[in-house]
Each structure stands twice: as structure tokens, then as C-alpha cells.
Design a protein around this ligand. Sequence first.
Ligand code: ADP
Ligand code: MG
Length: 219
Amino acid sequence: MEYGQEDKPLRVLDNLNFTMHGGDTVAIVGPSGSGKTTLLQLLAALEQPSSGYIELDKQKLSTLSTDELADFRRDNMGIVFQSFHLIDSLSALANAALPLDIAGHVDALPRAKKMLESVGLGHRVNHYPQQLSGGEQQRVAIARALVHQPRLILADEPTGNLDENTGKMVADLLFDLHAQSQATLVIVTHDMRLAKRCKKLFCLEKGKLIVEENRDLLV
Ligand code: ADP
Ligand code: MG
């Protein structure tokens, strides 16, 4: 993957080649600036690779139009960001219901309410993001990312803005929801303890990718 003009490109990811299986848990680790977010954005089809291709479920993402990609993302993916990215003018419930609303589901609100209950926020549905703690906001963001039961969950440093205990709670929640849904979970993180809970470790360094099966889980 290269950024910038043709005469002076910045090569961020170089010759990456890997396969993930449905239901896998994958951690992407690496120093700041190593391309972790870039890789996640490629998987989310928010960026297109400058060469090569990404295939999800035998579907080459590069063959889809912008509209088809938006639909594909809406139907199959849930994305969680480090800084939550909630909409301040909407209640927790309306935030969590957004993906279903956008897809035109009439039962968006009851489903979002159920999802908020399953992240432990059933009593805070009418609160606005500013009235919630960081951990609670991240749980709303997770509810929103998972409310439409995506098959691929992408999380970019989801615990990066949380203190240690809250971060652990949020991580536990992601793994619990993964276990229930069997969705594929990809987490970018600096936290090796979190990374080690994943089945596969992808280490990015100087544009290259080293894939490790997580031996800790195999003993
Ligand atoms: P990480 O998430 O591992 O910190 P990023 O994927 O955000 O790394 O960035 C990798 C490199 O690509 C950095 O050098 C960054 O400055 C550069 N980069 C990221 N996004 C862009 C962009 N849109 N245009 C140009 N360069 C970018
Ligand atoms: Mg990043």
C-alpha cells in the first residue's frame, strides 16, 4: 500500500499476503506508524490497495463500486474506533440503532435496546454520550458496531483511550460477543495482553507482516 503522489510515494505496507478464516480472532500489533490503521482500513474497504487485492468471502473488494462497497460494509462489518466516534446529539439508544436505521430495519430501536442490555447499559439508553464515562461510551460504540450482527468486527485500538480496568472490561466484552456470534474479530492494539488473547498475531514492522499462530492458546 502506498500513499501520496506517483513521483514520491510513501510505501506503508509492502507485499502483504495472509488469510483469515471465519471466526478467527486476529491481533494486529506493531510500532506507531507501522501501518496498523492502514491495514484495518484496507480490510474495511475504506482505502483501496495501490496494488494487489483483498477478497472477503470470495468477493474481490476492488470489483465493487462505491455504492456496492457501502452496502457490503453495512451488511458485513462492524467497526470500533479508539475514540468511540459516537454522535453527540443522539442518545445511546439512537447511536446504537444507527446501522439498523440506515439499513431501513423497522425494529431498529428494540434491537438496539437489546444490544445495549447485552453490553450492560440497559439502564442508560436515554443518556447522551457526554453523560457517559469513556468505558460506557466505548460499550455504546461496540453495541452500535455489532447490532446488525456483522460477520467481520474490526477494532482499532478499542482500549487505547481507557484506563486499565475499563480497558479489560471492554476487551472482555468484545471477546464475549465474538464467542456468541462467531464473527471474525480483528483488533489493532498496543496491549500485548489483549493481543495474546487472539488466536493469531499479526506483527507489522517496516511494512512487512509477520504472522504467528498464538502458541499461548495452544498449550
Ligand atoms: P499506525 O496505525 O500503525 O500508527 P498508520 O496506518 O496510521 O499507522 O500510518 C502508517 C504510515 O502511513 C504513517 O507514516 C502515516 O503517516 C502514513 N499515512 C497514514 N495515512 C495516510 C494518508 N491518508 N496519507 C498519507 N500518509 C498516510
Ligand atoms: Mg493507528
